[in-house]
Design a protein around this ligand. Structure first.
Ligand SMILES: Nc1nc2c(ncn2[C@@H]2O[C@H](COP(=O)(O)OP(=O)(O)O)[C@@H](O)[C@H]2O)c(=O)[nH]1
Ligand SMILES: [Mg+2]
Length: 280
């Protein structure tokens, strides 16, 4: 398996600045990608935030089948973790998240009051891998386009505080990526979902890995339907080669980009790349 490693200067800088700001933050919203809620958990977040309250947000809920929603909620709740499913693009699931943020931060004001101090706005930060939808969620939480959000990873370069209401201030942070991607299976899923920069990997390898992964999960009908070539019996690599020769004059790079784009835009349908480990 080819290794995926990517830790450019701007990500390192983002991480340093985020850690500085974390001191001032009361609540952490960690945003995951619904297609890969396990792989999109940043391994160092727990360590960074210590015992600050954390809310898990499974964004891109529209990109997985609805039947999976409650499965993921149950999976995390069994571990005592509160999760919120959202669609940052359409603005779904925002109110409960807003309420929970407010509630999680209330302890701060209780403490202040007990010391005779006045209440202040709860400070929350939104963190996660690049491109999982952090900025889109913030815009939905605030109800206007307060920060930039866009299709490619790396749109948010600066940390930015946004006043959501009298009660909540929210910090938008650039995506963070661990310096070393120890779990390469997770790294490939992040690459497939466009949650790490494209400079990190070879497009053809990742497109082939997508085909292999969907074969493993037995969700390959889409290939017959969309490209008129079934996957059965073919490795991802041979599938890519076959598709390239039938559709794109042997151009495997172009074919790889097409496959990945189709997946990323949801044109293949709602295709999760992970299920809760105890999924029945
Ligand atoms: N389908 C879908 N797209 C989303 C969702 N949330 C964000 N996006 C899109 O994903 C892209 C990346 O979003 P952005 O907010 O910039 O991600 P960030 O890098 O984590 O801040 C944008 O094109 C958003 O419109 C969602 O829940 N569902
Ligand atoms: Mg952003």
């Amino acid at each position: 398996m080819p290794t995926i490693q990517w830790y450019p200067g701007h990500i390192a800088k983002a991480e340093r600045e985020l850690k500085k700001q974390l001191k001032y933050v009361d609540v952490v919203l960690e945003v995951l990608d619904a297609r890969i809620p396990l792989a999109s958990q940043h391994p160092q977040v727990s360590q960074w935030i210590g015992n600050k309250p954390r809310l898990l947000v499974i964004n891109r809920q529209d990109m997985i089948p609805e039947a999976l929603h409650s499965q993921w909620v149950n999976y995390f709740q069994r571990q005592g973790i509160d999760v919120y499913l959202t669609d940052g693009q359409q603005g779904i699931g925002i109110k409960p998240l807003l309420k929970a943020t407010q509630k999680a931060g209330e302890a701060v004001n209780e403490k202040r009051r007990s010391r005779g101090m006045r209440d202040r706005a709860v400070r929350a930060v939104v963190i996660g891998f690049p491109n999982v939808g952090k900025s889109a969620l913030i815009n939905r939480l605030v109800g206007r386009k307060a920060v930039q959000s866009g299709r490619k990873a790396g749109i948010t370069r600066q940390l930015k505080w946004v006043r959501i209401s009298q009660q909540i201030d929210l910090l938008d942070a650039p995506g963070v990526i661990p310096p070393k991607l120890e779990d390469q299976k997770a790294a490939i899923k992040l690459a497939i979902c466009d949650d790490i920069g494209e400079a990190a990997y070879d497009l053809q390898n990742v497109a082939a890995a997508l085909v292999d992964l969907l074969s493993e999960l037995e969700t390959t009908e889409i290939f017959d339907q969309r490209y008129n070539i079934p996957v059965e019996g073919l490795s991802g690599e041979s599938y890519l080669a076959t598709l390239a020769s039938q559709r794109h004059n042997e151009d495997q790079e172009r074919t790889a980009r097409e496959l990945l784009n189709d997946f990323r835009k949801g044109l293949m349908g709602k295709l999760p790349l992970e299920y809760p480990p105890d999924y029945l």
